[in-house]
Design a binder for this molecule. Structure first.
Ligand code: B1M
Length: 210
C-alpha cells in the first residue's frame, strides 16, 4: 500500500497530524485497528529503530517519531476497547527502573484493556517498591514489566527476587516483555512467561487466568 509507505515516512519525520490522518484513512478503508497498529505504526517504528541503532537518527528525532506513534495509538485506543466486556483480571504494568521507553508498554496495556482486563499503568522508571505497593493496593492478579534496554532488563529479576523474599511471588502471575528479552531470559529470572508482543501478552494472560 502506498499509504502505508507514506506513513512510514511520516512517522520517520515525526509528523503527528499526518499519522493521525493516515490512521483514520486506513480505518475508513476497512483495516482493523489491530492491523493498522501492527502494520503501519509498529512497522514504521521498526525502521526508526534501525536508523537510530545505525546512528542515522538521534534522540530528538526519535522522540518526535514516538510522539507521532502515540498520536496514532490515541486514535486506535477506543476502537480496541471491547464494549461491555466484563473484567477478567487486573494487571499492574510498568517499565522498570532506569528505563523510560513506554510505547510497547502502552500498547500492551491498550490491547489487554481491549481484551477485558483492567489495567493499572504505573508508567516508567519504576523501583521495586512502586510495583509491590501497587500490586497490593490494587489486589491485582498480574504483574507486567517492560524493559527496552539490556542495562535495565536485569532489574526485573530484582523485582521478582524481592517478591520471593517477601513470600508473595506466587500470589501473582508475572509476565515480562520488551525488545531485548527472550524466552530464556524470562525463565532465568523466574517470570511466569515472556511475551514477544502485545497479542501474545493478551493470550498468555488469558491462559493463566483461566
Ligand atoms: Co531508545 N533504545 N534509547 N528511545 N529506543 C532502543 C530500545 C534501542 C534498541 C535503539 C537502538 O540502538 N537500536 C537502544 C537499546 C540498546 C540496548 O539496550 N542494547 C536504545 C537506546 C540505546 C536508548 C538510549 C540509551 C539512547 C541515548 O540516550 N543515548 C535512551 C535510553 C533512555 C532510558 O530509558 N533511560 C533511549 C531513549 C529513547 C527515546 C526517549 C528517544 C525513545 C522512547 C520514547 C518513548 O518510549 N516514549 C526511544 C525509542 C522510541 C526507541 C526505539 C527506536 C523504539 C522502541 C519502541 O517504542 N518500539 C528502540 C529500538 C527498538 O526497539 N528496536 C530503542 C515500538 C514498540 C511497539 O515495541 O517497545 O519492543 P516494543 O514493545 C513490544 C514488545 O517488545 C512487547 O510488546 C510490545 C508491542 O508488541 N512488550 C511487552 C514490550 N513491553 C512489554 C511488556 C509486557 C509484555 C510485552 O508485559 C507483560
Amino acid at each position: 500500500e502506498d499509504l502505508v509507505n507514506q506513513m512510514f515516512d511520516d512517522l520517520y519525520d515525526g509528523l503527528k497530524d499526518e499519522i493521525v490522518e493516515g490512521t483514520n484513512i486506513l480505518l475508513e478503508r476497512g483495516w482493523t485497528p489491530y492491523k493498522v497498529l501492527t502494520e503501519a505504526l509498529v512497522g514504521g517504528m521498526k525502521i526508526v529503530g534501525e536508523d537510530f541503532r545505525d546512528g542515522i537518527l538521534f534522540v530528538p528525532e526519535v522522540l518526535l517519531a514516538a510522539g507521532a506513534m502515540k498520536a496514532g495509538m490515541g486514535v486506535l485506543k477506543p476502537l480496541l476497547a471491547e464494549t461491555g466486556a466484563k473484567t477478567i483480571g487486573k494487571m499492574v504494568i510498568g517499565t522498570v527502573k532506569g528505563d523510560i521507553h513506554d510505547i510497547g508498554k502502552n500498547l500492551v496495556g491498550m490491547m489487554m484493556e481491549g481484551a477485558g482486563f483492567e489495567i493499572i499503568d504505573i508508567g516508567i522508571n519504576n523501583p521495586v517498591e512502586k510495583y509491590l505497593e501497587t500490586l497490593e493496593r490494587e489486589q491485582a492478579d498480574i504483574l507486567g514489566m517492560s524493559a527496552l534496554l539490556t542495562t535495565t532488563m536485569p532489574y526485573m529479576k530484582v523485582v521478582i527476587d524481592t517478591m520471593k523474599e517477601k513470600g508473595i511471588r506466587d500470589d501473582y502471575i508475572v509476565l515480562v516483555g520488551g525488545a531485548p528479552l527472550n524466552e530464556e531470559f524470562g525463565r532465568a529470572i523466574g517470570a511466569d512467561a515472556y511475551c514477544r508482543d502485545a497479542a501474545v501478552a493478551v493470550e498468555t494472560a488469558k491462559d493463566f487466568i483461566a
